[in-house]
Ligand binder design. Structure first.
Ligand SMILES: [Zn+2]
Length: 64
């Protein structure tokens, strides 16, 4: 599964920048902080606005 990192996004949990990865799981957008593991889903309004504001991909992460 491909993960995209969101440029300029700040994790609401640990306040770290550029740590939020975004991917799609069962037609649901999932955003996860790779630093603290905080996870948000499409249903979460906070996640949605977070992605909209920072919809700039800075890299693609390929897990094994
Ligand atoms: Zn975090």
């Amino acid at each position: 599964m491909r993960k995209r990192f969101i440029a300029g996004a700040v994790c609401p949990q640990c306040q770290q920048k550029d740590t939020l990865a975004l991917w799609r799981e069962n037609n649901v957008d999932v955003v996860e902080c790779v630093k603290c593991g905080h996870q948000m889903r499409e249903a979460d309004k906070q996640a949605k606005s977070q992605v909209r504001e920072n919809e700039q991909v800075i890299g693609i992460f390929h897990p094994e």
